[in-house]
Write a protein that binds this ligand. Structure first.
Ligand code: AMP
Length: 215
């Protein structure tokens, strides 16, 4: 099964992907996590990606498509159940993914759209904290760590993502509306889009996601 999690930054794509990994054995492919790791390690990919990420802009499609082929087909020798988190982000990426799936005789099963309004997104993004080691996501208001600002799982000091600062958050939302929102139409036409109200608690949203995917 191959699934896409679609929705604006802060909609909870990473959180829902982590729940699908934990409860249903999916393999999560988060282009954001892969790029952040590359930036941290100072690789060629990281150096190229950083200038876009710092501004809240999208990394060029060609770089992302190359990375996806590498991660899901070349390195992992064809993972069966994959959840794409934060990919595709443009129509060009969606078309590229279709081509890639065809090349490997694979197909996309569902695109889940997580819907949340702008005001709630800004609140969520600016109070989000992440673990730089294991990528677990927290929210200081709705799902804080047990011990202040330390990861419940590995004990590392939590950080605020550079691009979760208010100025960058506003640009990321603009970029989403302009470049990523057209994907709703794209997957509606393919008749694989399922909408979920993602303004509720992570567990309530997860119940709807599981139902939408008929898992
Ligand atoms: P995310 O963690 O998914 O919010 O991604 C953080 C940043 O990484 C984005 O603001 C983009 O700069 C970059 N990024 C992640 N995924 C993609 C993608 N599929 N296409 C282009 N840029 C991406």
């Amino acid at each position: 099964m191959k699934i896409i999690l679609l929705g604006p930054p802060g909609a909870g794509k990473g959180t829902q992907a982590q729940l699908l990994v934990k409860n249903h054995g999916f393999h999560q492919v988060s282009t954001g996590d892969i790029l952040r790791e590359a930036v941290k390690n100072g690789t060629e990919l990281g150096i190229k990606a950083k200038e876009y990420m710092d501004k809240g802009e999208l990394v060029p499609d060609s770089i992302i498509l190359e990375l996806i082929e590498d991660v899901i087909y070349r390195q992992k020798s064809g993972e069966k159940n994959v959840i794409f988190d934060g990919f595709p982000r443009t129509v060009v990426q969606a078309e590229g993914l279709d081509k890639l799936l065809k090349k490997y005789s694979d197909k996309l099963d569902s695109a889940i759209l997580l819907k949340v309004d702008n005001e709630e997104l800004i609140k969520r993004l600016t109070s989000r904290r992440v673990c730089p080691e294991c990528n677990t996501v927290y929210n200081l208001i709705t799902s804080p760590p047990k011990k202040d600002e330390l990861c419940d799982i590995c004990g590392s000091k939590l950080i605020q993502r550079e691009d979760d600062r208010p100025e960058t958050v506003r640009n990321r939302l603009r970029v989403y509306r302009k470049q990523t929102e057209p994907l709703i139409e794209y997957y509606l036409k393919k008749e694989i889009l399922k909408e979920v109200d993602a303004s509720r608690s992570p567990q309530e949203v997860f119940t709807s996601v599981v139902r939408a995917l008929k898992l």
